[in-house]
Ligand binder design. Structure first.
Ligand code: LM5
Length: 482
């Protein structure tokens, strides 16, 4: 390249950067970015105690409950093909009929203490409850609408007793809130006319009032899980949503709000126009999991998962594949191994009871957690080469490594490939620590742990590795011999 060409290229690059400002990335390498008033307000993870606690939950419980548990996926004998909580949007069901269902809502068998005990027995460290779903029905008595629990035959608040009961079991409570509200007259998906804009202003005021009302009523709320923020109308509300999020953060210091709440100046959601995460964690993993660590881009995240394919609220008949506890535990472990939380959804029926399939899962997941919880709580990613037998997790505090084995090889030989200069000090089964394994070194940094296949453990089994880093390779060899 001639000098002239070099000058030209440099000038072109400078030109490309025109109008951009320099920002700092978490690792302090400079990067260019476009100026945003309502973009990400923080680069990198939050490191305060409330967020540390969130990061270490591992397992959460989601509950979808509302008047859709009455229709339960069926209207006048016809099955609605979608998620039961979306039935109001179905052409076969008149919205006027749906909007009368609350007059029958009387969950007389609602027992928040037993709900909380079940969640605790499963091993959930936090729970997220639908205070208001897309239909607009409020499970708390709201000052700002009549379409709430106070107007039902049941009358009493449902959220307060849940917060109290779960807190009493040591489970943190998070509030789900759908911004999209099919019941509010001012709600719009698009703002096409001046009339739309006027109506939407009313809706924004109402939304703000309700969110602040919730935080005022339930000051122990640890965070908010927003939903229904995908419409064009909301995507124009960067300024309003940013201010409202600040208000929430002022009301409850340390409150945790995911990436689904506010759009940026250009209407981008989750990640702003520079690709930086907005909010405290990525809230985009709904009914799907990241494949590998690259997919989570160094951010905190949660995965919310249904037991059947796509049912959140109660449905009278789960169709299609219903996940087993084995599959769900695998999803939980995979989430933790990729630095995320796994939140499993439950949909109680109109009376406030959990279906048998769900009760079975509380028990089966709980039984597994009772023995193996150490591999979940406080654990995250380990950068060792992934093996086909399952997933590694690593305790962020103790540094202990867990091999969670979902595919036990027929000969019981579990391969481990360590980074250089890592020594396997002690390897044993979590449920019986006296069962010590002596890894067979088959190549440099490559081992087999031989699991006794004639004494099968109840799968998925967990093997603990206590390891240390050695200074020189010679030392590794020396220590391996002893
Ligand atoms: C699906 C996949 C990624 C983002 C959003 C969606 C659509 N989500 C929903 O309709 C609502 N979210 C669930 C937690 C549930 O409340 C469902 O109604």
């Amino acid at each position: 390249m001639s000098k002239k060409e070099v000058v030209l290229v440099v000038a072109m690059l400078a030109g490309l950067n025109f109008g951009k400002v320099m920002a700092q990335t978490p690792d302090n390498t400079p990067r260019s970015s476009i100026a945003l008033e309502h973009g990400s307000h923080r680069l990198g993870k939050r490191t305060d105690p409330m967020m540390e606690k969130w990061r270490n939950y591992g397992l959460g419980q989601f509950i979808h409950w509302g008047v859709y548990s009455i229709t339960a996926g069926k209207w006048e004998g016809k099955d609605y093909p979608g998620a039961s909580s979306w039935i109001r949007s179905w052409s076969e069901m008149p919205a006027e009929d749906y909007d009368q269902l609350y007059l029958q809502f009387d969950p007389e068998r609602f027992d928040p203490q037993s709900w909380a005990k079940q969640a605790k027995a499963m091993g959930a460290k936090y729970m997220i409850i639908t205070t208001k779903h897309h239909d607009g029905f409020c499970l708390w008595p709201s000052k700002f609408t009549e379409y709430d629990i106070a107007s039902t035959p049941y009358k009493k608040d449902l959220i307060g007793p849940m917060v109290e009961a779960y807190e009493a079991e040591g489970i943190d409570v998070y509030l789900y809130f759908s911004v999209m509200d099919w019941n509010h007259p001012g709600f719009r998906t698009d703002l096409k006319t001046a009339e739309d804009r006027e109506a939407y202003e009313e809706f924004k005021t109402f939304t703000r009032n309700q969110i602040l009302e919730l935080l005022e009523r339930y000051p122990n709320t640890k965070g908010l899980w927003f939903d229904g923020t995908w419409d064009a109308a909301w995507k124009e509300q960067a300024d309003f949503a940013d201010k409202l999020e600040s208000e929430m953060r002022e009301m409850i210091p340390g409150i945790i709000i995911g990436s689904r709440f506010r759009p940026d100046d250009y209407g981008n959601r989750h990640f702003d126009s520079n690709g930086d995460l907005m909010g405290d964690y990525e809230q985009g993993w709904e009914r799907k999991l990241p494949e590998g660590i690259e997919d989570v881009k160094g951010n905190d995240w949660d995965c919310v998962m249904t037991v059947p394919e796509n049912q959140w609220g109660y449905h009278y008949d789960w169709k299609g594949h219903v996940k087993t506890s084995f599959e769900l535990v695998e999803m939980l472990v995979k989430s933790v191994s990729l630095n995320g939380n796994f939140v499993l959804n439950f949909g109680p029926d109109r009376y406030g009871e959990f279906r048998n399939e769900e009760r079975k899962l509380f028990k089966e997941i709980g039984d597994w957690m009772e023995i193996n919880q150490e591999a979940i709580y406080g654990c995250g990613y380990l950068d060792w080469e992934k093996q086909d037998w399952g997933y590694y997790t690593k305790d962020r505090e103790t540094g202990k490594i867990y091999m969670v084995v979902f595919n036990m090889p027929i000969n019981g030989a579990l391969r481990i490939k360590t980074p250089e200069k890592v020594h396997l000090d002690k390897v044993y089964e979590l449920k019986s620590p006296s069962k010590i394994f002596v890894p067979e070194e088959i190549h440099k940094d490559e081992y087999f742990v031989h699991y006794p296949v004639d004494q099968p453990g109840k799968s998925p089994i967990v093997i603990v590795i206590e390891s240390s880093k050695t200074q020189e390779e010679g030392k590794t060899y020396q220590r391996a011999k002893t």
